[in-house]
Design a binder for this molecule. Structure first.
Ligand code: C2E
Ligand code: CA
Ligand code: CA
Ligand code: CA
Length: 284
């Protein structure tokens, strides 16, 4: 590894020296973060609009970096870097371990009388290209004795399309394990209907750009409505992210969206806070 890095580095222009140093120091800081326990798992609830009373249908796990000097860092500050340097695979593994540990504890504590909410973990292109991902997930679930259907994986539409290997094979292996699969940021990629139909997923998560301002523009509502119909037409559960106000929520309800997530309902929070959090029934 060190040798490979040296070779890469020697290709740099001396003018890029400063960039190179900051790249290397960020890389070592990130490695420290992963191995020294500076990452935190936050969760954001997802609520079901189907049926009478809204219920927590699951939570999405979102990574945070509690940096010793720079404070809390959002994923935008380090996930793209972790993806380009391959370190995302360790982050994903850590997020999966945390999620499975939490699920095991929730089951043991009998904390949720209506059933333990599934946890969704974000998966990158590199993870999908890793043929061992299904086996590693199976091992985690088995060790903790957690039913596979409590774990969901979110794969972005663009990430799937960017994969150098056909992701469908890995997705089928994951599905056979019993984990749930969702297409994330749906609508931002250019996938064809034919491609979409081949993906063995359970849920379609509509990108928040389609939700934003949907209450203020009939055309946007029309567009969102057709995406929801498309998802239902494919037999999928449809969820919307980035719901920020009651007007947007009302449109989503009217259009028959199954699940909603967004600041209006709850911001991402640490597990302890989520356990103490009560659902904002008034808003729904
Ligand atoms: P994402 O998967 O689309 O996650 C949703 C993002 O939207 C989260 O940002 C969340 O805090 C934010 N969000 C939730 N509700 C609202 C809302 O009502 N309005 C707005 N404007 N934003 C809302 P976050 O946590 O900063 O994560 C950003 C992205 O970083 C994620 O987008 C995901 O692509 C990536 N990411 C986060 N955690 C992980 C991870 O563990 N692994 C990987 N590979 N990527 C991650
Ligand atoms: Ca996501
Ligand atoms: Ca998303
Ligand atoms: Ca908005």
């Amino acid at each position: 590894e060190a040798k490979r890095l040296r070779n890469e580095v020697s290709l740099y222009d001396p003018e890029l020296e400063a960039d190179r140093l900051s790249h290397l120091s960020l890389l070592s800081e990130l490695e420290t973060a992963i191995t020294q326990g500076q990452l935190r798992q936050f969760v954001q609830p997802k609520l079901s609009l189907v049926g009478g009373e809204p219920v927590v249908a699951g939570v999405e796990a979102l990574v945070r970096w509690q940096h010793p000097e720079r404070g809390w860092l959002p994923p935008s500050e380090f996930v793209p870097f972790a993806e380009s340097t391959g370190r995302i695979r360790q982050i994903t593994q850590w997020m999966l371990e945390q999620a499975v540990d939490t699920l095991a504890r929730w089951r043991a504590e009998d904390r949720f009388p209506d059933g333990v909410p599934p946890i969704s973990v974000n998966i990158s292109t590199l993870d999908v290209q890793d043929g061992l991902l299904p086996a590693r997930i199976e091992a985690l679930l088995r060790r903790a004795n957690v039913p596979a259907e409590l774990l969901q994986l979110e794969l972005t539409e663009t990430g799937l399309m960017a994969s150098t290997q056909d992701p469908i094979h890995v997705m089928h292996s994951l599905r056979r394990l019993g984990v749930r699969l969702a297409i994330d940021d749906f609508g931002t990629g250019q996938s064809s209907l034919a491609y979409l139909q081949r993906l063995p997923v359970h849920e379609l998560k509509i990108d928040r750009s389609f939700v934003d301002g949907v209450d203020q523009d009939a055309k946007r509502e029309e567009l969102l409505g057709s995406i929801i119909m498309l998802g239902h037409g494919l037999g999928l559960q449809v969820s919307a992210e980035g719901v920020e106000n009651t007007a947007e929520l009302a449109v989503l309800k009217r259009l028959g969206c199954d699940l909603v997530q967004g600041y209006l309902l709850a911001k991402p929070m640490d597990i302890e806070r989520f356990e103490a959090w009560s659902r904002p029934l008034a808003v729904l």
